[in-house]
Design a protein around this ligand. Structure first.
Ligand code: HSE
Length: 310
């Protein structure tokens, strides 16, 4: 057994405008780094967390990374093996970029790799979803799935984790703008209406199905026409400073589409060239600066690999 290993789990964009709770893709950066090493006393311990300003619990059962790993250890009858976990958060939380999901993925993937369980990433998915669930209370794989498996993941059913990797065409560039305000997923979910109209359901189904077809056929025209969220974006836009100004700017600059990343406040745009993505990032930051809000920009392709061991 190696004395220690280090794994990386990337941030992700959930919902992708058209698929609330059932669609997400992985980013190349940012993400979380997790180190797993042999411990000295029986059981899993979290020995340190950096990059979280003391806001994440060291208790295994209350920590998304710890809990996901513990659930795996329980299933393989290994809860007494001495293990230590270090969590290095290299991404903001409350940002809409799947921070708790990345930790859950890193925790379970790291422990699985360290112990050489032979479990596939697909087999680890449920543990990572259970880990993330302790952060936002809901069981959905739209961040965890892409962070673990990479690429763009469509979830037919969250309860049974019936997931499918979607073809990612070449030539797509993502820009994420993260305004430095915090939106808690639990609250951002709490404001959503429980019912939608029949007409909106029909239109949104058309958009989702066409978006997926566009990904498989590299039809960027169709992709742009489909990347429209009639249901959740209008209910959450007010949580994000200058959302509609940024969206208008992104579309005028040539983005295929723009929407909220996960529960916000980050927003993402899909573009067909990297210079355009960069321009949208700079202009978005200028709009936010005018409102006295600092921000970060992440430029990325869609990360096809997901979590990996260094
Ligand atoms: N689909 C989730 C939401 C992603 O938008 O609430 C964040 O966990």
């Amino acid at each position: 057994m190696a004395k220690a290993i280090k794994v990386w789990a990337p941030a992700s964009v959930a919902n992708v405008g058209v698929g609330f709770d059932i669609l997400g893709f992985a980013l190349e950066k940012p993400g979380d780094e997790i180190i797993i090493r042999e411990g000295v006393t029986p059981g899993l311990k979290i020995t340190s967390i950096t990059g979280a300003k003391g806001r994440l619990p060291l208790e295994v059962m209350k920590n998304t990374a710890g809990f996901a790993a513990y659930r795996l250890l329980e299933d393989i009858g290994a809860t007494d093996i001495p293990l230590e976990m270090e969590i290095h958060k290299k991404m903001p939380f409350g940002s809409g970029l799947g921070s708790s999901a990345a930790s859950a993925v890193g925790g379970v993937y790291g422990v699985s790799e360290f112990l050489k369980t032979g479990k596939t990433k697909m087999e680890l998915l449920k543990y990572a979803v259970e880990g993330e669930q302790i952060a936002d209370g809901a069981y959905h794989a739209d961040n965890v799935g892409p962070s673990l498996l990479g690429g763009m993941i469509l979830i037919r059913d969250n309860d049974t984790l019936d997931v499918k990797k979607i073809h990612v065409p070449g030539g797509l560039f993502i820009v994420v703008i993260y305004p430095h305000i915090e939106v808690l997923t639990r609250e951002s979910r709490g404001i959503l209406k429980k019912e939608i109209s029949f007409a909106d359901s029909i239109k949104q189904s058309g958009n989702l199905a066409s978006f997926i077809a566009a990904m498989f056929t590299s039809d960027f025209g169709l992709l742009g026409r489909s990347l429209k969220d009639l249901i959740v974006e209008p209910q959450r836009a007010h949580l994000i400073p200058a959302f509609y100004d940024i969206k208008e700017m992104a579309l005028n600059t040539g983005a295929l589409g723009m929407s909220i990343s996960g529960a916000g406040p980050s927003v993402f745009a899909m573009c067909t060239d990297s210079a355009m993505a960069e321009e949208i990032g700079m202009k978005g930051q200028a709009i936010l600066r005018n409102k006295k809000i600092d921000s970060d920009v992440f430029l990325s392709g869609i990360n096809l690999e997901g979590a990996y061991k260094f």
